[in-house]
Design a protein. Structure first.
Length: 302
């Protein structure tokens, strides 16, 4: 009666445990159970032979291959799909390892509770969830699968909440900045429809509340803020955002875009002003990267 539970636990461990010895030990145990309890046409160990031949001693030696190659071959088996997704949502996306959340995010493809966790009070939950949502968006877009408009609004509202609550600051702020840049890049890549504005998520009772701004303006301001960051990884992530954002949303010179550029004549002038006059070398470097990343359509506005 426990064969199914054993199969789920062992396959999860052999694919997603961070230690290679544990992955190989779980695969060996799974193979032993398949040899004794399962076989072709036997329902005791679902897809036992296929899993044994796919997840062997050598293929599980590299953690990235286990996550991104072997797991994607086994996950379509319906007996294991929900188990794997649940494991990622509950454990791996919020892992403390530096590369773990990035790999976990790359292999996730269902919303689960990740969007809610993007504003978690725990830094590592927030970081992993942002990466996970970004990779899900990109994966669905690459597969030409539509993302419901309600989910798009929820994701955009999450970015608005991060800005309102200043979640860039404090412990883990640099990790969150880079993850938000990846999320914005994925949003642009997937061609989200950007509404004029969203209702503020700030439920505080203070009498003075900030005026809500256009989502396009909000995203551009967040990108520009990260371009000034002295961390090179954040600047490169922001520059990639500039590329995707200009390709999708800067095709014409609109009044909102001119207002965004602080009364300058356009995006190019805005960046060039900071490149030539900003006393901060990190800012100059970031805005120079942005100039190089702008799309041809924006450059032709010159």
């Amino acid at each position: 009666p426990y064969i199914q539970q054993l199969a789920e636990c062992l396959t999860t461990m052999c694919l997603f445990d961070r230690e290679v010895n544990c992955r190989r030990a779980a695969a060996a145990a799974f193979q032993e159970i398949v040899g004794r309890q399962g076989g072709p046409g036997c329902s005791n160990m679902p897809h036992g032979i296929e899993i044994v031949t796919t997840a062997d001693y050598f293929s599980l030696g590299n953690r990235k291959d286990s996550y991104l190659t072997i797991a994607t071959q086994i996950t379509p088996f319906p007996e294991y799909t929900k188990v794997f997704i649940g494991s990622f949502t509950a454990k791996k996306v919020s892992s403390l390892g530096s590369s773990h959340p990035q790999i976990s995010g790359s292999v996730s493809w269902e919303k689960c509770s990740l969007i809610e966790d993007c504003t978690s009070s725990r830094v590592h939950n927030r970081h992993g969830s942002l990466l996970g949502v970004a990779e899900i968006i990109r994966g669905l877009s690459a597969a030409k699968l539509a993302i419901p408009e309600a989910i798009q609004i929820e994701i955009l509202r999450t970015i608005q909440t991060i800005e309102e609550k200043r979640l860039f600051r404090g412990r883990g702020g640099e990790m969150i900045r880079e993850a938000v840049c990846l999320l914005i890049e994925s949003i642009c890549f997937s061609r989200f429809r950007l509404p004029a504005s969203l209702a503020s998520n700030d439920s505080s009772s203070t009498p003075f509340k900030r005026k809500s701004k256009s989502i396009k303006v909000l995203l551009q301001e967040m990108i520009n803020e990260n371009l000034k960051n002295p961390n090179e990884d954040i600047q490169f992530a922001a520059a990639r955002c500039v590329r995707q954002f200009s390709l999708r949303y800067h095709s014409t010179r609109t009044p909102s875009l001119c207002a965004l550029c602080k009364s300058l004549n356009g995006v190019i002038e805005f960046y060039m002003k900071h490149v030539t006059s900003d006393p901060n070398p990190a800012s100059r470097r970031g805005y120079t990267l942005a100039l190089g990343a702008l799309s041809p359509a924006v450059l032709q506005l010159r």
